[in-house]
Design a protein around this ligand. Structure first.
Ligand SMILES: O=C(CO)[C@H](O)[C@H](O)COP(=O)(O)O
Length: 230
């Protein structure tokens, strides 16, 4: 196994240890979450009673495969704990997410959760957000016009593709990947993008993460948030 995958496994499994008896758990998406969901499956086999709300169809499949019971917002609109991965994490725990294309469901679940934990390998920690192209989910109708408006904010939006086709999210939408290089003011950028007609959601997760667990060569440890920022 590559070092990066081992770090993801360590971080994902450590995040699973935060889950307690009786919790409703938001199950994030991406390869780090594979390990988290797998670990939860083992914990359930040993007697833990929980129910998960998956943030993607892929995560739902993993949960079923590993025997993690699922529930829905209709039955449980309050989530005790959401766990997810990230594409970039800055010192104030601001995130870029959506590399896997599940950002809308991930954000809905995280916003409904009392606590939000991020698990990632060390490569995701950055001093300034923006090197990873910011995913923005948009409705397909008139996406060319939405892309034009987004470009005026200082990026060159690229429609995400899968093979020869446009990538379609679990919500039936498209994703524009927007390279800004350095996002100096994530709050302002998020609001500007959200104001554009046709935009569903941005991959900027601001003031949401409570705990960040990073896997590296020393194991999996909690990252300290830079003080005085929230
Ligand atoms: O935001 C996400 C999916 O939309 C993922 O959490 C993010 O892309 C990290 O993925 P991985 O754990 O595979 O590195």
């Amino acid at each position: 196994m590559k070092a990066e995958d081992r770090y993801k496994q360590m971080a994902g499994e450590k995040a699973a240890s935060f889950v307690q008896e009786g919790m409703i758990v938001g199950l994030g998406s991406g390869s780090t979450m594979y390990w988290m969901v797998r670990k939860l499956g083992e914990m359930v086999q040993k007697g833990l009673t929980i129910a998960g709300i998956p943030t993607s169809l892929q995560t739902e499949k993993w949960a079923k495969e590993f025997g993690v019971p699922l529930t829905s917002f209709a039955q449980n609109p309050d989530i005790d704990l959401a766990i997810d991965g990230a594409d970039e994490i800055d010192p104030e725990f601001r995130l870029i997410k959506g590399g896997g294309g599940s950002l809308v469901r991930e954000k809905v679940v995280a916003a409904a959760a009392k606590q939000f934990i991020i698990a990632a390998d060390e490569s995701k920690v950055v001093s300034v957000l923006g090197h990873f192209p910011l995913p923005v989910e948009i409705v397909p109708f008139g996406f060319e016009a939405t892309a034009l408006q987004l470009g005026k904010l200082g990026c060159d939006p690229q429609v995400r593709t899968k093979g020869n086709e446009k990538f379609v999210t679990d919500n039936g939408n498209f994703i524009l990947d927007c390279s800004f290089s350095r996002i100096e003011d994530p709050v302002s950028l998020h609001h500007k993008i959200k104001m554009l007609t046709g935009v569903v959601e941005t991959g900027l997760f601001l003031n949401m993460a409570d705990v960040v667990i990073i896997g590296d060569q020393r194991g999996a440890q909690r990252m300290n948030m830079r003080r005085g920022q929230r």
